[in-house]
Design a protein around this ligand. Structure first.
Ligand SMILES: [Fe+2]
Length: 410
């Protein structure tokens, strides 16, 4: 009997240790902090100079259908700059689609905002697909849009001369890419992946992006030098390095992404930040993390922070300002106008309720807040039961319960 009892006790103890072992993470201590970098994407500022004083709020409110709160662009830019000046990071980086749609006036307005950032904070920008050589720039003085000038690539670099386009370690001849020394331990690779150079030739505003083989070869010796000197390198581009969502591949993931991830892998670069989709998401390609940042104008209204240590990098996001309730409503209301008939056919009397829940969950998806979606899925309503039955494989409700707003890169 004693033997039997001790056997049972041993089994219980073994199970206990196994369970504890499964739950316990390896203890990890962050080393010496080397730099703090803030980053933001798709600020899409539309200059107030393109409006008459009385019409800008309501025109801006009605002009985008993708969920962003365009009417908050000045408030969010203003508040972001205040928060950056208070937090005093080493650098602020904007990963493209800085302007609404490439207007000269919008870029000038952005520059006057950036001029108010403390001079000991390095500010770096790269263009997105809405930033130069754009056909169809508009002003809205009398409610009727009028043609406006865009900027060319060289003009973009001239406008942002104080924000990356002078003083870099090196500039690529094939694009507006450059490599910048944040400090003697941390470098930023700033990749222009746009195809806007070819817009006139193509007869359209190109949305997709690429990293050219020549750019890869320009970058190679710099990454080797960084590796030899033990410098941490972080990459930035507008277009994505990794696939984040099967619906967002063509025109989203940069052409030749595999060349860039192979180069990063060869020289120990572990982290890349992008934007473009307006969706916050963390994905991997060849073991390199690509964090697609959501738009500042979309619900969440967040800015990325990266603390670089000598043995790891810690990524998280902070909210800018206090209009999240408002921008949530804007996002949901702009989406709820779409595809209503599809829901009526499928869900009958529950269509309205299901559609509202899907649009709310989509706002959380765009903000990368997957735990919030899983919290919603615990609701015991008939509408949620129908969603769980019919939408469980959708990108929203099929998402893993993993927060896309935090990452520790070791
Ligand atoms: Fe954008």
């Amino acid at each position: 009997m004693k033997k039997l009892l001790s056997l049972i006790l041993s089994i219980i103890l073994c199970l206990c240790f196994a369970a504890c072992g499964a739950k316990t993470e390896e203890p990890f201590e962050k080393g010496e902090k080397l730099a703090t970098i803030f980053a933001v994407s798709d600020t899409h500022l539309l200059s107030e100079d393109l409006f008459s004083p009385d019409n800008q709020k309501y025109v801006k409110k009605a002009m985008t259908a993708d969920g962003r709160a365009q009417e908050c662009d000045y408030y969010l830019m203003e508040t972001m700059i205040q928060q950056v000046n208070e937090a005093k990071p080493d650098a602020l980086i904007i990963t493209g689609d800085i302007s609404f749609n490439g207007e000269v006036h919008s870029h000038r307005s952005v520059v006057s905002f950036l001029d108010r950032i403390d001079k000991d904070i390095t500010v770096l920008v790269i263009p997105g697909n809405h930033d130069f050589n754009i056909d169809g720039c508009r002003s809205y003085y009398n409610d009727t849009p009028h043609g406006e000038n865009t900027v060319t690539g060289p003009e973009f670099c001239e406008l942002y001369a104080d924000y990356g386009y002078t003083g870099a370690l090196s500039y690529d001849e094939e694009s507006h890419s450059y490599i910048y020394e944040i400090n003697d331990k941390v470098w930023a690779v700033m990749l222009d992946t746009t195809l806007c150079e070819y817009n006139a030739e193509a007869g359209l505003n190109t949305a997709g992006g690429a990293v050219w083989e020549e750019t890869i070869e320009w970058l190679r010796p710099w990454l080797k030098e960084a590796q030899d000197k033990g410098i941490t390198v972080i990459g930035f581009s507008h277009h994505n390095l990794a696939v984040h969502n099967p619906l967002f591949v063509d025109s989203y993931v940069m052409f030749n992404a595999e060349l860039l991830s192979a180069l990063y892998k060869e020289y120990g670069v572990k982290l890349h930040l992008s934007g473009h989709m307006h969706i916050q998401s963390i994905a991997e390609r060849d073991g390199i993390y690509d964090i697609a940042q959501g738009s500042l104008l979309d619900y969440g209204n967040r800015m990325s922070t990266i603390d670089v240590y000598d043995n790891c990098m810690e990524y998280s996001r902070i909210s800018v300002g206090d209009k999240q309730d408002y921008t949530f409503e804007v996002f949901v209301n702009k989406n709820i106008g779409k595809r209503t008939s599809q829901y009526t056919e499928k869900y009958g009397e529950y269509a309205e309720e299901v559609h509202l829940l899907v649009c709310q969950a989509n706002a959380y998806y765009f903000d990368g807040d997957y735990p919030k979606i899983h919290e919603m899925m615990n609701q015991k309503t008939k509408a949620m039961k129908l969603i769980k039955k019919n939408e469980k494989d959708s990108y929203i409700f099929g998402s893993e319960n993993v927060d896309q707003n935090y990452l520790l890169v070791k």
